[in-house]
Design a protein around this ligand. Structure first.
Ligand code: ZN
Length: 238
């Protein structure tokens, strides 16, 4: 069990929080709670600052290791018990949230229209990409799928996050929108987090999302790539 309360799981819109240092290692600083997303599930980690004694110190990286969340803090040596403010780079994170929700819409189109499961996805600062095995895919089709995702986004669907017992979630294979569920099912805890884009998509997810798809603005097609004999990749931005 992590020492850190992961505030972004219940409120992706939290930009800052007060926090107390609970551990300091060569790798980074562990706080009792955090608004920083440490990366995972394809979504890049947050960046930002900690504020201590009225001074801002850069946090260029946050990561998870051994179940703990480590914040790399530049320019200061903190000690357990220190009280700080954690503040994320909100514009960067908000764009990442928009792109992550966009990928779920595209994933839903792939799943429900083409019966294809995702084999990988990554959300970076400026763009996101999604992979799936689909031999019949081509650039024209990729462009039309992104256009369909864009029009779905503009319909303004609410996005909800909630927790569910893992045993219950495992009964519904529609919730697992990636290939090889059996491979990672054993790593799931007692509850799993669900992200539901109402009327569009419901799946397991630990990332940060917008509250309504209308916030996305426009989902823009960037690039299409054929990776090997089977895998196809679509790049988007917002
Ligand atoms: Zn996701």
């Amino acid at each position: 069990m992590s020492k850190t309360e992961l505030l972004y799981l219940n409120d992706s819109y939290l930009k800052e929080t007060s926090a107390t240092v609970v551990d300091v290692t060569d790798e980074g600083v562990v706080f009792d709670r955090t608004v920083f997303y440490p990366g995972g599930g394809g979504q890049i980690h947050d960046t930002g600052y900690i504020v201590y004694g009225g001074v801002e110190y850069r946090v260029p990286k946050v990561f998870k290791a051994g179940g703990e969340v480590y914040h790399v803090v530049e320019g200061i040596k903190l000690s357990p018990g220190d009280n700080v403010t954690l503040r994320i780079d909100w514009e960067r994170r908000y764009k990442i949230m928009k792109m992550h929700t966009s990928l779920h819409i595209i994933g839903a189109i792939m799943y429900f229209d083409y019966n294809v499961l995702i084999t990988g996805s990554s959300i970076y600062e400026d763009y996101a990409r999604i992979d799936f095995p689909m031999k019949g895919m081509n650039k024209e089709l990729a462009v039309s799928i992104v256009a369909k995702a864009d029009s779905i986004a503009k319909e303004g669907h609410d996005v909800k996050t909630y927790f569910m017992p893992t045993s219950e979630a495992l009964k519904n294979k529609d919730l697992f929108r990636v290939a090889d569920v059996s491979k990672y099912a054993k790593y799931l805890g007692e509850t799993v987090r669900i992200v539901e884009i109402v009327g569009v998509d419901t799946e397991l997810d630990g990332g940060t999302h917008v509250k309504n798809t209308s916030e996305i603005g426009e989902i823009k097609f960037l690039k299409y790539e054929s990776k090997g004999s089977k895998n196809r990749r679509i790049y988007i931005t917002v």
